[in-house]
Design a protein around this ligand. Structure first.
Ligand code: NAP
Length: 319
């Protein structure tokens, strides 16, 4: 059993910022990074709205955050938490694939994962033309035709990124206007490789061994068409990675962890930051800010525990 003062679960902008602040407070936090250091930022192409960086690749921003946290003493473990016991109070217990831990405080920063469309053919063709990450897979679509599903910032930003490789990028959106911000919309309008297809959904994805065609349906007329394509990139939002905390921490019906204004969850000493608790803002910078808040709150919590221990009457010899 490895004993720790503070364990941070997750290493996206929230987890790594919490690690930076906790490390600077001399807590020597242990970050259990899970299967993807950087979280969603690590699979994002250009990040243009993180203050101080005009334009930086997501993986480069991740590397900088990690190096900065490590410089001050944060330790990063490349393992996944498989089980937690928060309900029996301190010390909190966590299991990973390779270790068991006890911690006086925990920050949960497990982020969110890409939603799937849930149409026939999607699961079978993941990695064979169906993708949720343009940065990871865009290169394989040099000179090809791809579809991007979604109408938010992610769909538009990643659609723009895909124009570096693909000849034709069709953004297929279920409504008649994009949800994405104005700056991104202006860049789409200026691109001669992107076509916007509104009021349309995909009903199925087909191909033998790789994506070859989709069935697209107009939600206004009901007309169904078959389109040939080489790839389908899905960016239709995310769901919080909170399955591990079912029955342990209070969450809303969508699975977002509930926290108070000190980022504390329903269990005192367990804090949360980033997209695991934020159904609204979901930006790298807002997650980083929440990570900072959670680390400061955890530090104060630990300080209070220490003060309590000092004040507690010492057990003396029996009279
Ligand atoms: P999002 O804003 O929730 O957009 C999801 C999009 O997918 C919406 O257009 C939605 O349609 C569509 N959609 C949802 N379910 C669908 C389904 N089953 N079938 C077809 N379409 C479906 O998600 P996001 O784009 O991933 O962005 C998440 C957050 O990250 C946002 O706060 C965003 O601002 C932020 N972000 C920012 C940047 C940036 O600033 N550069 C980049 C990426 C992400 P409706 O519009 O009809 O709801």
């Amino acid at each position: 059993m490895q004993k720790e003062t503070l364990i941070i679960i997750g290493a996206g902008p929230a987890g790594l910022t919490a690690a930076l602040y906790a490390a600077r407070a001399n807590l020597r936090p242990l970050v259990i990074a899970g299967n993807q250091i950087g979280g969603q930022i690590a699979i994002t192409s250009d990040v243009e709205n993180f203050p101080g960086f005009d334009n930086i690749l997501g993986p480069d921003l991740t590397e900088k955050m990690k190096a900065q946290a490590e410089k001050f003493g944060a330790r990063i473990e490349y393992d996944e938490v498989t089980e937690v016991d928060f309900t029996h109070g301190r010390p909190f217990r966590l299991k990973t694939y390779s270790e068991e831990y006890e911690a006086e405080a925990v920050i949960v920063a497990t982020g969110a994962s890409a939603k799937r469309l849930g149409v026939p053919g999607e699961d079978e063709l993941i990695g064979k033309g169906v993708s949720y990450c343009a940065t990871c897979d865009g290169f394989f679509f040099k000179g090809k035709d791809v579809l991007v599903v979604g109408g938010g910032d992610s769909a538009v930003q990643e659609g723009l990124f895909l124009t570096k490789y693909a000849n034709r990028v069709r953004i297929v959106h279920r409504r008649d206007q994009l949800r994405a911000g104005e700056a991104l919309k202006a860049r789409v309008a200026a691109s001669d490789k992107i076509e916007l297809v509104y009021n349309t959904v995909l009903d199925r994805i087909d191909g033998s061994g790789k994506v070859q065609r989709v069935q697209a349906r107009s939600v206004t007329s009901g007309n169904v068409e078959t389109w040939e394509t080489d790839g389908v990139f899905v960016f239709i939002g995310h769901f919080p990675n909170s399955q591990l905390f079912q029955g342990q921490l209070a969450m809303d019906p969508q699975g977002f962890l509930l926290v108070d204004k000190h980022m504390q969850t329903s269990v005192p000493g367990v804090f949360a930051a980033g997209e695991i608790m934020d159904p609204i803002y979901k930006q790298a910078i807002s997650s980083a800010g929440q990570g900072c808040q959670a680390a400061i709150a955890a530090e104060r919590y630990l300080e209070a525990l220490e003060a309590q221990a000092l004040l507690a009457p010492q057990a003396g010899p029996a009279a």
